[in-house]
Design a protein around this ligand. Structure first.
Ligand code: SAH
Length: 353
């Protein structure tokens, strides 16, 4: 029985479910969830990330991690962790760049936070010849907390589910997934909610709240506050609180109907950076936010692109297109943002915010 059929049966018996619960089932259902069974990252798959756009992305993040570790006083032991490593292109590029500081590699223990069994296999293959041997955890809570944490997550927050609330004439109500008169999955609204905590917005407006995004930031922030370290969270998302339905399904690089074939597409929401930063600060960490374009420029992406093009003149046009894709305001440069969480000296790029 397909996930769609099972969800229809469960909703018929137990009533509508929240958008967050629907997202969790579509992504992680053990039999049919997208990440549990058929994640397809890359040009031939469903979506590509900045890591697949250009090696420059991971290399600069590798240098960011090395320099952040130095600013922490080059501790003899550190936990290098990535949440949601996907096909491990990013970690592969990070570790290649990090080879320029053998002391950094000697200090780091590598942990990958990953729930997907097929992606864990892919990561093991991709990193088989890397200078560090990974260990896997299902959540940040399972990683040792007795050394400074250096954590990176690219397009991970967007996989953490959000509930949605819609303004109606009567007030706010939770948006849920239920059944229409034909028995198909359809969005609907729950009973009216007390007014508290919602913004002033016209009827029809949708706001999102992701407790898992906030819990992740609180956990990482608390670890950094306790043991030192820094985290870099890159994603598409909002820089200021706002309204808007950002639930999106992507299959074969095209937007799909999120309700059409549960489990067959990647399903995401925007990262809620104001909530992520607030949760990390409440846990005792400092937090800053830049656009991806500004972050990569501060790390010297333009110089890196020029050097690469000089070394490979035949690829100069391609490198220029990749650079534009990463930093141009009408491509990934503005929609994507980089949040840093830290304790102690600010990490590269976040010194003067
Ligand atoms: N960071 C990669 C790919 C991001 S795709 C890149 O930049 O290319 C999202 C990744 O997060 C996948 O590896 C997916 O399996 C993982 N993931 C999604 N939800 C997760 C969760 N709740 N816990 C741990 N990993 C999760």
């Amino acid at each position: 029985m397909s996930l769609g059929d099972r969800l229809r049966g469960e909703i018929a018996a137990g009533g509508p479910i929240s958008v967050a619960d629907f997202m969790s089932r579509c992504l992680h259902d053990p039999q049919d969830g997208y990440y549990a069974t058929r994640p397809a990252i890359g040009a031939a798959g469903d979506f590509i990330t900045a890591a697949q756009v250009s090696q420059m992305f991971g290399e600069l993040i590798g240098l960011w991690l090395v320099e952040t570790w130095r600013r922490l006083g080059a501790p003899a032991r550190a936990i290098l962790a990535e949440a949601g490593p996907g096909d491990a292109t990013l970690m592969d590029d990070i570790l290649r760049a990090a080879r320029l500081d053998p002391a950094f590699l000697a200090a780091c223990e590598l942990w990958l936070v990953e729930t997907s069994a097929p992606l864990r296999r892919l990561q093991a293959e991709r990193l088989a010849r890397a200078p560090l041997t990974p260990r896997w955890a299902g959540a940040v809570a399972e990683i040792p907390g007795d050394a400074p944490l250096l954590l990176i997550a690219n397009e991970f927050l967007d996989c953490l589910p959000a509930r949605q609330f819609q303004r109606t004439r009567e007030g706010w109500a939770e948006r849920r997934v239920g059944l229409d008169s034909k028995g198909d999955l359809a969005f609907g609204l729950g009973p009216p909610l007390p007014r508290g905590g919602f913004p002033d917005a016209p009827p029809g407006s949708v706001v999102e709240r992701s407790l898992p995004q906030e819990a992740f930031a609180a956990e990482v922030g608390a670890r950094i506050a306790a043991a030192g370290g820094a985290a870099l969270l890159i994603d598409y998302g909002r820089a200021a609180p706002g309204v808007g339905d950002t639930l999106q399904a992507l299959a074969g690089h095209r937007k799909a109907d999120p309700l059409a074939a549960p489990g067959s597409a990647d399903l995401t929401v925007h990262a809620d950076f104001p909530a992520v930063q607030a949760a990390a600060r409440a846990a005792g960490a400092e937090a800053g936010l830049l656009s991806q374009g500004e972050f990569l420029r501060r790390l010297g992406v333009e110089t890196r692109a020029r050097r690469l093009a000089e070394a490979h003149p035949e690829r100069a046009g391609q490198i220029a297109r990749q650079l534009a894709r990463l930093v141009a305001p009408d491509q990934m440069g503005e929609l994507f943002k980089a949040a840093a969480l830290w304790r102690g000296p600010a990490p590269p790029g976040f010194e003067s915010l």
